[in-house]
Design a protein around this ligand. Structure first.
Ligand code: IMP
Length: 427
């Protein structure tokens, strides 16, 4: 069996958690391959709303193994809170959740360094979630990091202290207040002990063996392709490879073992944090999208910036990821608009282009739009494809033609049940 990959095509928050949860019955294993608690994957079913940060979104379905892969970075404190909340809901964590020994740990001092670095950047700040993601990946690539497998070793505290002291000298250079560190550290060390209760595995072996024995695996991405460290709107990106190739390095899966690539996008576009966003709206339409879409961050609560769909950016993301199927989220949010705008090209330094250029920013890029008719119909109770309005079908078909890919699922609300299959997406 090949591994299917599900990932976001925009700047994150596309609704990956919901769709992984919907698709999970088709899979034996769900594996997260990058990112960490900067993510917030929201799932809603049976009147329950739950936000997951590091734990894969298959955790609510019985008989599904959830793997936190080597490409993920874990904050034991946030992880423990997630586990406690799941145990309260009766989820059998000890049997359905395992951690790669190679996943890196976020230390309390990584979080302080994240904050210090953002303050030092001033107006040029990234708008980080301040979960310590950047400094942890820096230590990973700098070959200084601590990993899950280290927790059970006798040298653990010695290694921890060495890294902490290195961070303290950096924090002193930033002149950053570290008075909270002692408390943070005590909580962190005790949460780290708790992590010992979970199985720590060589996840690359487990996954490859599982594939050999015919098990179906879904790799779950976090953030979005335009936040990728290599291909996103650098430097306003996260510190991992959010694109499909990240599933290979973040799980130990060979490129020729990748099967379907599900690319998720919103029927419009959002971004949280700083950085370029060509189709961003600063008017009443943007405010309406934010309100109707409840566009506030699941991790930080920050309001998300909103705008029309951006085809040059989406085409770019489809290309980099080798997307095979598209999934369109939050179509219901556009129900309040008479006209739907679609950015088909950019005016880039006076020239009309249809690709996503190296230096996307407000002064170089102006979006060029076409307008389509809106549907002005509440979709949230629609369960049948044929009951969707004609204008929405037209919108979907227009996007499919432009992106040269099928849109196989349309989501019309946050609940599991508000999901309409257009084709044999999961055959
Ligand atoms: P960091 O990964 O927390 O350092 O944040 C870097 C950038 O990515 C910031 O603009 C964040 O707002 C954005 N970001 C990080 N994680 C997510 C996410 O899960 N959804 C949306 N944006 C995110």
């Amino acid at each position: 069996m090949k591994v299917d990959v599900l990932l976001g095509l925009q700047w994150g928050d596309e609704g990956k958690g919901k769709i992984v949860d919907v698709l999970t019955p088709k899979y034996d294993i769900i594996a997260r391959f990058q990112g960490g608690p900067n993510a917030g994957h929201t799932l809603e079913f049976n009147g329950l709303k739950h936000v997951l940060h590091t734990i894969p979104s298959g955790v609510f379905r019985e008989n599904t193994l959830n793997i936190v892969g080597n490409g993920v970075v874990i904050d034991p404190v946030i992880f423990k809170k997630e586990i406690d909340a799941l145990i309260d809901l009766g989820v059998d964590i000890e049997s359905n959740l395992v951690l790669s020994k190679k996943a890196h740990l976020i230390l309390p001092t990584h979080r302080l360094l994240d904050a210090a670095s953002e303050i030092a950047k001033g107006k040029a700040k990234i708008g980080s979630t301040l979960k310590g993601i950047g400094p942890t990946y820096m230590d990973k690539t700098g070959r200084n990091g601590l990993r899950i497998g280290d927790i059970s070793e006798s040298y653990f505290l010695e290694k921890y202290n060495a890294l902490k002291n290195k961070h303290l000298s950096l924090l002193a250079q930033y002149n950053f207040d570290t008075s909270e560190l002692a408390d943070m550290e005590a909580t962190w060390l005790s949460a780290t002990e708790e992590l010992k209760k979970l199985k720590h595995i060589d996840s690359e072996h487990v996954l490859n063996e599982a594939m050999k024995s015919g098990k179906a695996v879904l790799a779950e991405g976090a953030q979005g392709s335009l936040l990728d460290i290599d291909f996103g709107s650098y430097p306003f990106v996260t510190s991992s490879n959010t694109v499909c190739a990240g599933a290979c390095t973040g799980l130990g899966i060979a490129p020729n073992r990748i099967g379907e690539v599900f690319g998720i996008f919103k029927a419009y576009c959002t971004r949280v944090g700083s950085g370029p966003f060509p189709t961003e709206l600063f008017d009443a339409d943007g405010e309406l999208m934010q309100k109707e879409g409840n566009e506030f961050g699941a991790t930080t609560g920050r309001p998300r910036r909103c705008g029309w769909i951006d085809l040059p950016a989406l085409k770019y993301a489809c290309m980099i990821n080798g997307v095979t199927q598209l999934i369109m989220m939050k179509a219901d949010v556009l129900s309040c608009f008479d006209k739907i705008k679609v950015c088909t090209h950019y005016n880039y330094k006076g020239e009309q282009i249809s690709h996503f250029p190296y230096d996307v920013n407000e002064s170089n890029v102006t979006p060029i739009y076409i307008e389509l008719a809106g549907w002005k119909k509440d979709l949230t109770g629609v369960t049948d494809l044929d009951a969707l309005p004609t204008e929405l079908h037209d919108y979907v078909e227009f996007l499919e033609k432009e992106l040269e890919l099928p849109i196989t699922i349309i989501s019309v609300g946050p609940d599991r049940s508000q999901t309409i299959l257009r084709e044999k997406a999961l055959a």
